[in-house]
Design a protein around this ligand. Structure first.
Ligand SMILES: [Zn+2]
Ligand SMILES: [Zn+2]
Length: 108
């Protein structure tokens, strides 16, 4: 089984590298509207990173009905993916997929 699995809504598609997984999440799933600030971000890693980086744990608990285990899981996921991902490679992959403006901008 490939090491990276998409965890969005029971999708369970798996990929050999993290860039392929994140590109799939950006182009293959509906974007996510943040419940805290109403910003639209790609579903999956970017939605999680948005929450971890832009909002406090208290907001996450309140708006997403999360518990501290959820938060720890997401924080360590963001750390793991950030350490692993090659943003340049992801950009190239998204360009090759023909992904346009708003989704690509979220990667900046
Ligand atoms: Zn998926
Ligand atoms: Zn937000």
């Amino acid at each position: 089984m490939a090491p990276w699995t998409c965890a969005i809504g029971g999708c369970a598609a798996s990929f050999d590298d993290i860039e392929a997984l994140v590109a799939h999440q950006v182009t293959g799933h509906e974007a996510h509207r943040c419940r805290v600030c109403d910003e639209v971000v790609p579903e999956g890693f970017f939605a999680i990173r948005h929450m971890v980086e832009e909002h406090t744990r208290a907001e996450y608990v309140r708006f997403y009905d999360a518990n501290s285990d959820d938060i720890r899981l997401r924080e360590s996921l963001v750390e793991d993916v950030t350490a692993e991902i090659d943003v340049e490679a992801l950009h190239r992959r998204l360009e090759a997929d023909g992904s346009d403006g708003p989704q690509a901008e979220a990667l900046e």
